[in-house]
Design a protein around this ligand. Structure first.
Ligand code: GDP
Length: 369
């Protein structure tokens, strides 16, 4: 053919007749520069264009649809914000469909982590939350690790069913799907990815070679996560991008640790003991006396205690105080959704408090590492 046009991405001959065949390009996209097939377009633009998010109600309606189908559900959670990113009540909505839990961002945990212990911990916490998890796969979309296992598990548990991918925002869902697309397309040149901007729910369908598909659902927004509350600038501060460097503090009762101006941890009562802070390295920790803490925050928030800046702080809800009594001998984390956690290395019991903006999820859990 004379005027055959090729994709400037992958070189395939372009066609506008069959959407599910290689080289497909919508007619109107031929006028765009560069001229690339839909598959290349998707791979190239996925990260920017897939940041589709929805509020809870809408998301639950969508989950309800999955309940009526025979499908495998891949639930992606963020190991840094496990209890903030796990979709509580997921099982209620998706019926008896099995859940494959993909635990992303494991590159953030220290290199010397005991991965079996982490997997068991995830399994146990998921069970507590009522999730029927067929398997737990630890992965890092960023480092492309754990992917062989994820693809294997996907093939193993999917049978001949569709796959729904669900997750909260910022768990790395688009990064991970992007990798899936790439990995699959190495194996299978037939793969095309298309976007069906239908209703309010903008789902992405990735056809599989047996006629089934992977359906990417929009990311759900939870206002209980710090990461949903802060400015984009502060998000870059609280979201770690390097392995966490746990900071150990020996504290006496009556001492306080400030996490920049994001939050505050009080050691109210107990014997001198150590606490290990797991947070982004860009969040400066500041130790002070508990009796001085209120005043310090009032006078120096946004300056000495920063980030966030004073202006950003004004946009955040007021702080509330959460008090916890840690039993002697329990190995616990005081978890602050989106900001990190404080491991209580206690052998003697402690009374602790956390101050964070109202609405942020704070809880005590068995320690992760
Ligand atoms: P989505 O909202 O779930 O689609 O999440 P994105 O894929 O947009 O990722 C959200 C943020 O997490 C981005 O800053 C990514 O760079 C980061 N991210 C994604 N996957 C990983 C990972 O495996 N490790 C780390 N450290 N960061 C990741």
């Amino acid at each position: 053919e004379e005027n055959e046009i090729r994709c400037s991405g992958c070189g395939i001959r372009l066609q506008s007749e069959e959407q599910n065949k290689p080289g497909y390009i919508p007619l109107q996209a031929l006028e765009r520069e560069p001229v690339i097939c839909q598959r290349c377009f998707r791979i190239k633009n996925y990260n920017e264009s897939s940041s589709v998010t929805v509020e809870q109600d809408e998301f639950l309606r969508l989950l309800g649809q999955i309940g009526g189908k025979d499908a495998l559900v891949i639930h992606i959670v963020d190991i840094f914000d496990f209890h903030g990113s796990v979709i509580s009540g997921l099982q209620r909505f998706i019926g008896n469909n099995p859940v494959l839990l993909a635990v992303n961002k494991i590159d953030l945990l220290p290199k010397v982590t005991n991965w079996n212990k982490v997997r068991n911990w995830v399994q146990k916490e998921a069970k507590e939350l009522g999730l029927k998890v067929v398997d737990v796969v630890l992965c890092s979309a960023k480092q492309s690790s754990g992917f062989d296992r994820l693809l294997e598990a996907l093939a193993e548990y999917r049978g001949d069913r569709d796959v729904y991918v669900v997750g909260a925002t910022n768990v790395g869902k688009s990064t991970l799907i992007n990798r899936l697309i790439r990995d699959y397309s190495d194996l299978d040149q037939e793969l095309t990815v298309s976007r069906y901007p239908g209703t309010t729910l903008d789902m992405v369908h990735i056809p599989l070679d047996d006629g089934r598909e992977i359906i990417d659902t929009p990311g759900i927004m939870y206002p209980s996560r710090y990461s949903e509350l802060v400015s984009p600038q502060d998000l870059g501060v609280i979201l770690p991008d390097k392995p966490l460097k746990p900071a150990v503090y020996q504290l006496n009762e009556g001492q306080t640790l400030f996490f920049g101006g994001f939050g505050r941890f009080d050691f109210i009562q107990g014997e001198r003991q150590s606490f290990t802070c797991f947070a982004s390295g860009r969040v400066p920790l500041h130790r002070t006396k508990l009796e001085r803490a209120d005043e310090l925050f009032r006078d120096h928030a946004g300056e000495l205690l920063a980030p966030p800046s004073r202006e950003s702080l004004e946009k955040l809800p007021e702080w509330t105080r959460h008090e916890f009594r840690i039993a002697k001998g329990s190995r616990s984390d005081l978890f602050i959704s989106g900001l990190g956690w404080i491991k209580v290395n206690n052998d003697s019991g402690a009374v602790l408090a956390v101050h964070v903006p109202k609405g942020i999820k704070v809880l005590v859990r068995p320690s992760l590492i």
